[in-house]
Design a protein around this ligand. Structure first.
Ligand code: MLT
Length: 411
């Protein structure tokens, strides 16, 4: 009989967002008249901007004629998209990249999971707590960990608590690790890392021969000009960091699917025999074998994000969400709820009122205010007692949600 990958059985519950979906469905079927406002999963609500839509349509039309028809594209993505990203997104930061160092994909979630393919199980991995659950769960799935303990920590992973005391930005661990996951602006806490804080990580990685997986999915939401948008703004990162970026939140592509992973040629790791190998070569091999690239119209739509018109329109949508973030943060703070994030990130991380547990607050908020958020403990044990609200909503819903929460818990 075929055998399963037993590591999947080590996973504690279902993936966080489907579990939230299940509870919300249960509530709405029992209360069909309730007007439920969803600020749980960070899913965009604003439509694609006109410049993107136009390019998308035109590319679909290309596929309808023999002259501009496109079949398989390069597994790594079309050069015209990659070169536009380098020119418009990295050059202005003073970051030089080669075309061969960027890989277009259908999502950062997949990439930050798939990258584990090219690493040995013996690597020691460090993960923040709370954290985007994909980093933790995919390490469990591939078999890098033992079982979880009572708190929910898996044996073999080095957890770095992110608490109000450390401003949700932990310092590098005292012990030596091989792979570090960082996400800034942070999901779920909305915290950002300064240049000095990122430098500490780059210095640590260079000193310990470690690799940093830097998830920059929310970089477009940074409002403070002193905060770096890319890890490559820090000298030396081009030798130790892989960066993930996404069009999902930046340009409303959660349903369209397009992202990019940067693997500079200078980032290396060792073979079992101790030889040095460039990760770029291995990732390219992995993608060429297991992936057939992102569709041509989607890449054309992504390229249009960087046109003058496209960028202006996309910025307006980002500003709209960041106004939502301000409304949530200020509204709840005024009601006496302690809030973090929401200034350089589309997430507000709040302390649950009356010392409630995260899931208790989730249920109460759903049942009594008909508002959906994400329980902090779903992102890791140190998220207990916290709660995440997403700013990716329609304005009237955000205002109404804040009004309902204030009415219930406001002082
Ligand atoms: C979230 O809500 O944390 C995100 O939407 C999840 C994701 O980007 O996959």
């Amino acid at each position: 009989m075929a055998r399963i990958n037993d590591n999947y059985l080590k996973l504690k519950a279902g993936y966080l967002f489907p579990e939230i979906g299940r509870r919300v469905r249960e509530f709405t079927s029992a209360n069909p008249a309730a007007r439920v406002i969803r600020l749980g999963i960070g899913d965009v609500t604003r439509p694609l901007v006109p410049a993107v839509l136009k390019a998308f349509h035109a590319a679909v039309d290309d596929l309808g004629g023999t002259e501009n028809f496109h079949g398989y594209g390069p597994e790594q993505g079309y050069d015209w998209l990659i070169d536009t990203i380098i020119e418009k997104s990295y050059k202005p930061l003073g970051v030089e990249l080669k075309t061969s160092e960027i890989f277009i994909s259908d999502g950062s979630k997949c990439d930050c999971a798939n990258i584990l393919d090219i690493f040995d199980l013996s690597n020691k991995v460090a993960i923040c707590d709370p954290v985007y659950p994909v980093y933790n769960d995919t390490n469990v799935m591939v078999g890098r960990t033992g079982e979880a303990n009572d708190k929910g920590y898996y044996e073999g992973i080095v957890y770095m608590p992110c608490t109000a005391e450390n401003n949700f930005t932990p310092a590098p661990p005292a012990e030596k690790v091989d792979i570090i996951y960082l996400c800034y602006p942070n999901n779920p806490t909305g915290a950002v890392a300064t240049r000095d804080e990122l430098k500490q990580w780059v210095d640590y990685a260079l000193k310990n021969d470690a690799v940093i997986f830097f998830d920059a999915a929310y970089e477009a939401f940074i409002t403070d000009p002193s905060i770096p948008h890319s890890i490559y703004e820090i000298e030396g990162a081009e030798k130790c960091a892989v960066e993930f970026r996404s069009f999902s939140k930046t340009a409303g592509f959660t349903g369209v699917r397009c992202a990019l992973t940067v693997v500079p040629e200078g980032v290396t790791a060792k073979t079992a025999k101790g030889e040095t190998v460039a990760l770029n070569k291995l990732w390219n091999r992995r993608q060429s074998t297991k992936f057939n690239g992102v569709s041509y119209p989607v890449q054309k739509a992504a390229q249009a994000v960087y046109s003058d018109e496209g960028w202006e329109q996309v910025r307006e949508v980002i500003d709209y969400y960041m106004q939502n973030a301000r409304i949530i943060r200020e509204g709840l703070t005024a009601a006496g709820i302690k809030c973090y994030g929401g200034v350089n990130a589309p997430y507000i991380w709040l302390e649950t009122p009356e010392g409630m547990s995260s899931w208790d607050f989730f249920d109460k908020l759903l049942q009594e205010c008909n508002v959906v958020g994400t329980p902090g403990s779903g992102f890791g044990p140190s998220g207990e007692g916290y709660f995440r609200l997403s700013a990716f909503g329609e304005r009237e819903n955000v205002e109404e949600a804040v009004r309902r929460i204030r009415e219930k818990w406001g002082k």
